[in-house]
Write a protein that binds this ligand. Structure first.
Ligand code: S3P
Ligand code: PEP
Length: 426
């Protein structure tokens, strides 16, 4: 149980844990590369630890001491057939990206995860991987876990993805690296491009043309040093808290500001928030900055279209923040929220309503009425880290005390979240 009391304001200089998407990829690509990969700033959240454990089970030597990780890559075909099922825990990124990698391997593997993973759609990755020649089965014709994969002998495809999903795009491109000919993926809107950037950093030739990415089969990766920036999706909780509590200001150091992830910055600025990027730099092909955030009275806006994939994981906390804006905030084109760790349209509405907020679900998003007075509530994270954290932020601005049940889910992406909030709250 996590108890959150109403705060007057938050202040200070902080760092957030490493980027989840980049941490997963650094372990995966390091395992497939030739030679050693060293990772600094690795996210020690449960999801990324699941990725480490899967590759260890396939014979890769990985040492982890806090946020420092060393991976002894053995080349693309250095993985061994695991004798047991691989457990991906709560991590959609792990199972979907690994489906692509496993499709290239000349052995049999079964992957499964927790209750939430068992409900998440897999055919979006399994479908195109089958078209490439992988033999994959799962419950409901490959829609659900456990997934059994027997890979090898793939043929490149040109895939037109119906969803803007970095997990789909990445799975196909990773399979494409060992397929015959060229593999390309075209998406309806740009999703996060960490795979493209990091593959290039590992020596792969990745060709980008608008919304299409292509790779040629038969390329190898070379181990290297990776520094992981702080996760903007984690910083988003703190940004929202600053905007909700008058008198607050924070300097959040070393945050990844890859343009495919910065929808939250655009939204906060469009709502009238004072958020400045300082000390901008590029580290391993990824742009990084410190975020200087000062409380401002926000104005409700409409959030829809191209920006949605650039802030998809931040929508729960954007909804929370919008309860303190003037006027109405409308979120559209975000049906992907329904297939995350929980149905995040339903869980945001059910939990945020408990504070007395006025939030209405729609088919593809939600509508939030601003300037609500929030009262402390008993909240259930429903096993979803982002719901647990978003509601803890609501609790900072709600009168009295808020209790978050099933708060252990927060460890999936933000270990130390409760301690950090405690430290900066006044
Ligand atoms: O590729 C990734 O690292 C991720 C992609 C996104 O999912 P989708 O690809 O399903 O949109 C995002 O929600 C998830 O937290 C991480
Ligand atoms: C959707 C998320 O992650 P994943 O898909 O990797 O479970 C998330 O972190 O919000």
């Amino acid at each position: 149980m996590l108890r959150v009391r109403q705060a007057n304001k938050i202040n200070g200089t902080v760092k957030v844990p490493g980027d989840k998407s980049i941490s997963h990829r650094a372990v995966m690509f390091g395992s497939l590369a030739e030679g050693t990969t060293t990772i600094e700033g690795f996210l020690t959240g449960a999801d990324c630890l699941s990725t480490i454990s899967c590759f260890r089970r396939m014979g890769i030597q990985i040492e982890q001491h806090g946020d420092k990780v060393t991976v002894e890559g053995k080349g693309w075909y250095g993985l061994q057939e695991p004798s047991e099922r691989l457990d991906v825990g709560n991590s959609g990124t792990t199972i979907r990206l690994m489906s692509g990698i496993m499709s290239t391997q000349p052995f049999h593997v079964v992957m499964e995860g927790d209750e939430s993973i068992a409900k998440r759609p897999m055919r979006r990755v399994i479908g195109p991987l089958r078209q490439m020649g992988a033999k994959i089965d799962g419950r409901k014709d490959g829609e659900f876990t456990p997934l059994a994969i027997r890979g090898g002998d793939l043929q490149g495809i040109s895939y037109q993805s119906p969803v803007a999903s970095a997990q789909v795009k990445s799975a196909i491109l990773l399979a494409g690296l060992q397929a015959k000919g060229v593999t390309s993926v075209t998406e309806p809107h740009l999703s996060r491009d960490h795979t493209e950037r990091m593959l290039a950093a590992f020596g792969v030739n990745v060709v980008r043309d608008g919304l299409t990415v292509s790779v040629e089969g038969g390329q190898s990766l070379k181990g290297r040093a990776i520094q992981v920036p702080g996760d903007i999706s984690s910083a988003a909780f703190l940004i929202a808290a600053v905007m909700m509590l008058p008198g607050s200001s924070l300097l959040i150091e070393n945050v990844g500001i890859n343009p495919s992830r910065t929808g939250i910055i655009d939204v906060v600025q469009a709502m009238g928030g004072d958020l400045e990027l300082v000390n901008e730099r590029v580290v391993n092909e990824e742009p990084v900055a410190d975020l200087l955030v000062k409380h401002s009275q926000l104005q409700g806006i409409e959030i829809a279209g191209d920006i949605i994939p650039r802030l998809i994981d931040e929508i729960p906390v954007i909804a929370v923040m919008a309860t303190q804006a003037k006027g109405r905030t409308v979120i559209r084109d975000a049906e992907e929220l329904k297939v995350k760790e929980t149905d995040r349209i339903a869980t945001v509405v059910s939990q945020l309503s408990k504070f007395g907020a006025k939030v209405t679900p729609t088919d593809d998003g939600m509508i939030i009425e601003g300037e609500s007075v929030l009262s402390g509530a008993v909240i259930d994270s429903m096993g979803d880290h982002r719901i647990g954290m978003a509601m803890a932020i609501a609790g900072l601005s709600a009168s009295g005390e808020t209790v978050i049940e099933n708060e252990e889910a927060i460890d999936v992406s933000f270990p130390g979240f409760a301690e950090l909030l405690e430290r900066i709250s006044q």
